[in-house]
Ligand binder design. Structure first.
Ligand code: IPM
Ligand code: MG
Length: 364
């Protein structure tokens, strides 16, 4: 009997609900084509819910989420709420609460015309970033002394644990081997200035010794930003700490065509994991049907892969790829001229086409 996947959906704030609607419609079509079941349940967390109930993200929600196979999240953040409050409660709440220690962020250019870099082609921009997702300054160790006075002190600790570093580094080596593209893993850090990052240097060497087939490469975060613009083709798989990974992957989104196309998975292998576009809630574009759903749709592709529906995931991926390659969709900016809903429709039409002629799809 076909499997049924239980998916929790958190559309969230701003453009979140609009892009999530398209991602969900895409998941539904994939389930019809590939014959698996979907049990979807919406969760209301976000600004409206908070303003109405004063509840940001209750511990019971985390317990409920544990009962699902995967989570799809739109975006969180609203100018009516103090900066970062909902993001920390919901996004970090889920990442930390479910111990989703890998933040997987593919950076793939689908068509040359989408790249802001001169002369870079799709084969030059095809890397994947493994961002650590449960430690670093995000761990929440810090606080204020004499807050609001001229003598105020603000502290936020950069925390790395041996276990935390080791598991994400091992994941990155395994992924690099599975990708079998260049078999090169780049550790990105700032060990020359942040002494504690020596832990990353040592763990990378120790774990890497078990992967003799994978080239070990290293770049400091400042240089990595420079290389990613200058020579993106020099990267294959990248492993990086939480905050540097946050920054590096916005740069990565820009070189693959913008925030509209970038997707991510917050993953604990074998457990319920969360998938989301990299973009934020973009309040000024909310409700205008202009935000691209491609990032959310590609997040749903990663979700399908995670729950074991790799053929369905490939169908979604090649449908998106087709639209960019044949020029039907030339940008994912809010000025693309193709609405949120129309982009979703285009992807689903391409999926139906792909499903009808799988051979044609492989050849295209
Ligand atoms: C991201 C976002 C989040 C982060 C914010 C919204 C807390 O920028 O997922 O990249 O910093 O991780
Ligand atoms: Mg970010």
């Amino acid at each position: 009997m076909a499997k049924t996947h239980r998916i929790a959906v958190l559309p969230g704030d701003g453009i979140g609900p609009e892009v999530t609607r398209e991602a969900v419609a895409t998941l539904k079509l994939a389930s019809e084509i590939h014959g698996f079941g979907l049990e979807l349940r919406d969760f209301p967390f976000g600004a409206e819910h908070y303003l109405r109930t004063k509840e940001a993200f209750p511990p019971t929600a985390l317990e409920e989420l544990r009962g699902f196979d995967a989570i799809l999240l739109g975006a969180i953040g609203d100018p009516r709420i103090p900066v970062g409050m909902l993001e920390r409660a919901i996004i970090s709440g889920i990442r930390f609460g479910l111990d989703l220690y890998v933040n997987l962020r593919p950076i793939k250019l689908h068509a040359e015309a989408m790249c802001p870099l001169k002369g870079k082609r799709p084969e030059d921009v095809d890397l994947i970033v493994v961002r650590e997702n449960t430690e670093d300054v995000y761990a929440g160790i810090g606080g204020f002394l004499k807050k609001g006075t001229p003598d105020e002190v603000a502290v936020q600790e950069m925390i790395f644990t041996r276990k935390g570093v080791e598991r994400v580094v091992r994941y990155a080596f395994d992924l690099c081997r599975k990708r079998a593209r260049r078999r090169k893993l780049t550790l990105v850090d700032k060990a020359n200035a942040v002494g504690a990052m020596d832990l990353w240097t040592r763990v990378f060497e120790e774990v890497g010794a078990a992967y003799p087939d994978i080239e070990r490469d290293h770049a400091y975060i400042d240089a990595a930003c420079m290389w990613m613009v200058k020579n993106p083709e020099s990267f294959d798989t990248v492993v990086v700490s939480n905050m540097f990974g946050d920054i590096l992957t916005d740069l990565g989104a820009a070189i693959q065509g913008g925030m509209g196309v970038a997707a991510s998975g917050n993953i604990h292998p074998g457990r319920v994991s969360m998938f989301e576009p990299i973009h934020g809630s973009a309040p000024k574009h909310a409700g205008r049907n202009v935000a691209s759903p491609i990032g959310a749709i590609l997040a749903s592709q990663m979700l399908l892969d995670h729950v074991g529906e790799s053929e369905a995931a490939a169908l979604v991926g090649s449908a998106v790829e087709d639209l960019f390659r044949n020029g039907t969709l030339q940008s994912t900016g809010t000025d693309s001229g193709v609405s949120t809903t129309a982009q979703g429709d285009l992807v689903r039409t391409a999926m139906k086409r792909g499903a009808a002629s799988p051979a044609g799809r492989a050849a295209s």
